[in-house]
Design a protein around this ligand. Structure first.
Ligand SMILES: [Zn+2]
Length: 297
């Protein structure tokens, strides 16, 4: 075993180099939000459907049917909710999902939502050779644009998995933002090896992701361990603190996780809570990033 594999034997250059490869730069916290709003609310939905199964090279008919539920029941329940409350949101769609369900992808854009990149087939970027990752990311943007008519300006990497090359590819594509990293509660500049890339991060967090609390795997020990009421409580506290701080509340959900009779109420109750509190600007990730970039102090 080479000493290079023992972290306690690394030179300072080695461990500093790893930490500094992709790093948060300046926080982009605007002095105010549009319309005098007190805080911003960024709702997002990762429309994985069948690709959660396909990306592992698997073909479980049962798991594929859960993916199809996302299209047949999950998305319609979410769209109905967003329509009734007149809320724009961001949908991150793997290219394969957009090709399986082009009408669904077009409906997102037609109803005023944003569609962003979410991989080709929900592949894990960190296991791909750089040229393959680059090709898939480019082709994903092209496929979404061809199907929806709208060129994506943002990316959420599948499973928030980032390779050493991901940020350079995103920068080279001229994308406005990424939404897969977790260094802050505000939008921030993304630096690559000490240089500002110009790409803005709109940060996510596993705490604000429905899948963390509700995922289950039949043949492994993974089971939902948090009751829906507790998930609502966590999300509400995240929002209340963002509101108190005048900041940004971002949430990641999945049609095949939240779009169920016993869970969709979490989002409904959260939206009602936010509306009752008042002063919240609901916007797509792209619009929030544009505002934060233009008005950061
Ligand atoms: Zn996903």
């Amino acid at each position: 075993m080479s000493t290079e594999t023992n972290p306690w034997e690394w030179s300072e250059d080695t461990w500093r180099g790893r930490v500094n490869h992709v790093r948060a730069g300046r926080a982009l916290r605007p002095e105010s939000w549009p319309g005098g709003a007190r805080c911003a609310v960024a709702l997002s939905f990762d429309v994985d459907h069948e690709t959660n199964e396909l990306r592992d090279g698997a073909q479980s008919i049962g798991r594929l049917s859960q993916g199809q539920y996302g299209n047949r029941q999950g998305v319609p329940r979410i769209m109905d909710l967003l329509r009734r409350h007149d809320i724009p949101a961001s949908f991150y769609v793997p290219a394969v999902v957009a090709m399986l369900y082009p009408e669904e992808a077009r409906a997102f854009v037609a109803e005023g939502h944003e569609v962003g990149i979410h991989g080709w087939i929900h592949e894990r970027n960190s296991v791909l050779p750089e040229p393959v990752e680059r090709d898939l990311q480019m082709r994903s943007a092209d496929a979404l644009e061809k199907i929806t008519g709208a060129r994506p300006v943002g990316i959420r990497t599948p499973s928030w998995d980032f390779s050493d090359a991901t940020l350079a590819i995103t920068r080279d594509m001229g994308l406005l933002y990424d939404s897969s990293l977790m260094a802050d509660v505000d939008c921030y500049e993304l630096h690559l090896a000490g240089e500002n890339t110009g790409v803005v991060e709109l940060p996510v967090e596993w705490i604000r992701d429905d899948a963390v609390y509700f995922n289950m795997a039949r043949f492994a020990a993974l089971r939902p361990y948090t009751p829906p009421e507790a998930v609502f409580d966590i999300f509400r506290r995240e929002f209340d603190a963002a509101w108190a701080e005048g900041g940004l509340f971002q949430l990641t959900m999945h049609p095949h996780v939240t779009g169920y009779r016993s869970r969709i109420w979490i989002l409904e109750a959260l939206v009602e809570h936010i509306r009752a509190k008042g002063g919240a600007w609901f916007a797509t990730h792209a619009d929030i990033v544009r505002h934060a970039k233009a008005h950061a102090d």
